[in-house]
Design a protein around this ligand. Structure first.
Ligand SMILES: [Zn+2]
Length: 219
C-alpha cells in the first residue's frame, strides 16, 4: 500500500481529517478532494484548503452546486425552509449524496492515477444516511470498477469506530491536537471545540472526553 497513491474525500471535519492522517501514514502519495455544494459555511472549504496546504498535499475542490438543484430545499421549493432540527437531517440533505461523491471521487482518482479512495463514513453513528453503510460502500466500489474497468479500492478506516475510537485513532496517528484545534465539525460554523451545543459538537465533545478519560485511567 505504501507505494501507491490515495485520494481522500475531505471536508475539513474531524472524521475526514483523521482519514487524511491515516492516508498520509499508509500511502506514498496523497491527494484530497472537497465537494463544494454551497455548504452552510464557506469556512468549511477554507478550512479544508488550509489543512491540505499545511500538510503539503494537492487539493481538488469540485463544484457540486448542482446538488442544490436536486435537494428538495428552500432553493427549489417555496414550501420548505432551510433548517436543521436537532438530531435530524438538514432540509438541504440530498438522498444518495455519498453515491454521487464517491462516483465523482472515482472519476477523479482515475484521472490522477490514484488507486485508493479513502472516505470517513461511519456506520456507528450514521444517523439516517443509508449511503454511509458498509454494504453500500462495498457495492459502490464494485460498481465504479465495473463502470470504468478499474481496480480502485475504497477504504473506510472509521466504519466501525465510535467517536471515542476515532479520537483514539487520531492520537495513534500523532494528530490528536491537530484534529482537535484545526478542524470544523460544528453546525454553527465554529472551528475546533465549536459551539459545544449543537448535535455535532456534543457527539465530538463526548467522544473526546471519553477518550481522554480512558487514556488517563490507563496511565
Ligand atoms: Zn456546534
Amino acid at each position: 500500500m505504501k507505494k501507491e497513491k490515495a485520494l481522500v474525500v475531505f471536508s475539513g471535519g474531524q472524521d475526514s481529517t483523521t482519514c487524511l492522517f491515516w492516508a498520509l501514514k499508509n500511502y506514498k502519495e496523497v491527494e484530497a478532494v472537497t465537494f463544494n455544494y454551497n455548504q452552510r459555511h464557506k469556512l468549511e472549504i477554507e478550512i479544508a484548503e488550509s489543512i491540505a496546504k499545511e500538510q503539503g498535499i494537492r487539493h481538488h475542490v469540485l463544484d457540486m452546486s448542482l446538488l442544490n438543484q436536486l435537494a428538495p430545499n428552500a432553493l427549489t421549493r417555496n414550501d420548505i425552509v432551510i433548517e436543521q432540527k436537532e438530531g435530524e437531517l438538514p432540509s438541504t440533505f440530498v438522498p444518495g449524496r455519498n453515491l454521487l461523491f464517491l462516483s465523482f471521487a472515482s472519476v477523479l482518482a482515475n484521472q490522477i492515477g490514484a488507486r485508493h479512495i479513502i472516505t470517513g463514513v461511519c456506520e456507528t453513528d450514521f444517523s439516517g444516511y443509508p449511503d454511509c453503510r458498509d454494504q453500500f460502500i462495498k457495492s459502490c466500489n464494485v460498481t465504479v470498477n465495473l463502470a470504468m474497468d478499474e481496480q480502485l479500492v475504497f477504504h473506510t478506516p472509521l466504519m466501525w469506530l465510535n467517536k471515542e475510537e476515532t479520537w483514539q485513532l487520531a492520537d495513534e496517528l500523532g494528530a490528536l491536537d491537530y484534529v482537535r484545534t484545526k478542524t470544523l465539525t460544528c453546525y454553527n460554523g465554529i472551528p475546533a471545540d465549536g459551539c459545544g451545543e449543537c448535535p455535532a459538537c456534543v457527539l465530538r465533545k463526548n467522544g473526546l472526553e471519553a477518550y481522554l478519560n480512558k487514556k488517563e485511567a490507563a496511565q
